[in-house]
Design a protein around this ligand. Structure first.
Ligand code: ZN
Length: 277
């Protein structure tokens, strides 16, 4: 056994130790907090040039939305900051919306689950895939917008997943599926605009569906489209029962597409054959 093999084994063993697991749980919460900040700032810099946009997104301390007081790390630490301050701002004592800790908690749990199930490059790719798609869900939910920079990043992570051999498709299958899905969905969009005089899918949705098709393949993406339509109808029904006045409000499609994608993807990697190319 060479020195390099020993080092590799040590890294694998260390990465599964309780110490590293604890570190990863804290890291996962911090990433979730960072995603909450990015998803709040990124839509505001769409028309900036790249460097000023990145500077705005990642720099500058968070402030209380009500009193504008700068927040310390203790205040913004995901979920725990909310619990420590009993759901109130530490400075103006006004209530903080429960949606922040909920978004942070939902963003921190799946990476920990992935950490216990996967290793190495595959784990890193699946984590990045989750973090990008979770950011997209929050941004689309709040602003009806899917930033290109995130959708393209998702596309490249999907291609990397195929290229490293972990994916469901070979790289050439991924690229072909992306091209044909993009053209197919674009044709569907043009036809619905002509016939129904209504734009059912946003440009961001078309790109998002194409990017995800490179991971789940042609049959998988048809299932994603079917399931995401069902999820959208289901969420309309839920709102019809609980909040009648908001029924006329349009709904973002991105969160349903991503949720459906994960359902199909989890089925696929647990042995359910979907690809036929
Ligand atoms: Zn405040």
């Amino acid at each position: 056994m060479t020195c390099l093999d020993n080092l590799f084994l040590w890294v694998i063993e260390f990465s599964k130790s309780p110490f590293f697991f604890t570190f990863f749980v804290i890291f996962s919460f911090l990433m979730s907090g960072l995603i909450t900040v990015i998803s709040h700032r990124l839509p505001k810099v769409v028309h900036f040039q790249v460097i000023p946009a990145l500077t705005f997104t990642f720099r500058g301390q968070s402030k209380c939305p009500k009193c504008r007081h700068k927040l310390s790390l203790k205040d913004v630490f995901p979920v725990f900051g909310f619990l420590l301050n009993k759901g109130k701002c530490n400075y103006c004592h006004q209530k903080i919306s429960i949606r922040y800790p909920i978004i942070e908690l939902l963003g921190a749990i799946p990476p920990v689950a992935l950490f216990t199930m996967f290793n190495g490059i595959e784990l890193i790719l699946l984590l990045v895939l989750f973090w990008i798609s979770y950011t997209l869900i929050i941004i689309d939910w709040e602003t009806f917008y899917l930033p290109d920079i995130l959708v393209y990043s998702l596309l490249f992570v999907g291609l990397a997943y195929s290229a490293t051999g972990y994916g469901l498709l070979a790289p050439s299958e991924s690229i072909l599926t992306i091209i044909f899905t993009y053209l197919g969905i674009l044709t569907f969009k043009v036809i619905t605009i002509r016939i129904m005089k209504k734009d059912a899918l946003g440009d961001g949705d078309v790109k998002l569906i194409a990017a995800l098709s490179g991971i789940v393949g042609p049959i998988g993406i048809l299932m994603v489209l079917f399931l995401s339509s069902l999820l959208n109808i289901f969420s309309y029904l839920i709102e019809a029962i609980f909040r009648k006045e908001s029924l006329k409000e349009p709904k973002p499609f991105g969160p349903s597409i991503i949720a459906a994608f994960y359902l199909v993807f989890i089925f696929s990697i647990t042995g359910f054959e979907l690809h036929f190319l």
